[in-house]
Design a protein around this ligand. Sequence first.
Ligand SMILES: Cc1cc2nc3c(=O)[nH]c(=O)nc-3n(C[C@H](O)[C@H](O)[C@H](O)COP(=O)(O)O)c2cc1C
Length: 342
Amino acid sequence: MCFAVSDVTGIIPTPCSEVKRFWCVSMLSHLFSTAPMLDYSDTHCRYFWRLFTPHALLYTEMIHVNAILHGKKAHFLSYEPQEHPLALQLGGHEPQALAQCAQYAQDEGFDEVNLNVGCPSDRVQSGSFGACLMREPERVAEGVAAMRAKVSIPVTVKTRIGVDQEDSYEFLSQFVSCVAEAGCEVFIIHARKAWLKGLSPKQNRDIPPLNYERVYQLKRDFPKLHFVLNGGIKDWDTAKLALVHLDGIMIGREACANPYFLAELEQQLYHTSLPTRRAILERYLDYIDLKLSNGVHHKKLLKPLMGLFHAQKDARVWRGLLSQPDFSIELFRKFILMNERI
Ligand SMILES: Cc1cc2nc3c(=O)[nH]c(=O)nc-3n(C[C@H](O)[C@H](O)[C@H](O)COP(=O)(O)O)c2cc1C
């Protein structure tokens, strides 16, 4: 099945015609994705999220090219086969370094490579990558062209709607136009600008106002390009409206706070049945067991679980269990046994 947005009332599943079927299998779907999140969307988290959504495209945390080229390449590029479809997000600006890392990503089986042009942190700015690159579309275009020349997997860009005072629609559309010329066909837009001085990365995710209309305008002006909306999507109504205008939605913090939202989106978009939290937990506990025996620290494995019972009766008991100083997987299995209804 692939999906056609019919009108504002909803998304209608339509069986693929022959032509559409070819399109569906040959092109990575950006309809639904989870956001790259440093110190959060690591391989364990992505494995956990996959249990809620077989279809979503999952993004790694941003990994700087130097960490891959001069650091622990195998560590940064490792993942579980279940994580597919999976995109690697790179930070950097130097075309040859980006191209080499894109090549590594493709060799390791990643389904896409994405360039970060949205992170506003001081550290990132001092390395001349992330959001400050919005001011240098030619440099971004060079990086994209170099990566495209090396790999056949999609090369995409995640960016903002502007930086500092450069927040006009013209600034944004010139950026998109220049980078698209280099071969980028998919843009993920965090629909707020970034202030490069004066706001922390966290404040830059909340304080500049969201402007979805800007992104809708991009799609009207560049109908052949694919645009994914990111920023503040926390319910199906917002997601559905975005999908009337755009090609996809990307979910960040809500996937951390309430991962079950991913299952709800999966159900709305693909008409699959909702898994129970219990079934997800049982499968993830098996994964924890395996990873503990490989020497992974339990704190890393438990981190994505915090929001599993978000807004449920057992949420407080659950969070208490996760915060216990003495870790025991048996406690979690007991929790399942004692809570028949979960
Ligand atoms: C803890 C955290 C880490 C993040 N790290 C990255 C990152 O590595 N790369 C990136 O492009 N965006 C990063 N972001 C931004 C998110 O990808 C996303 O653009 C932002 O949170 C807005 O989406 P949301 O409202 O759905 O959370 C991060 C966000 C958070 C909360």
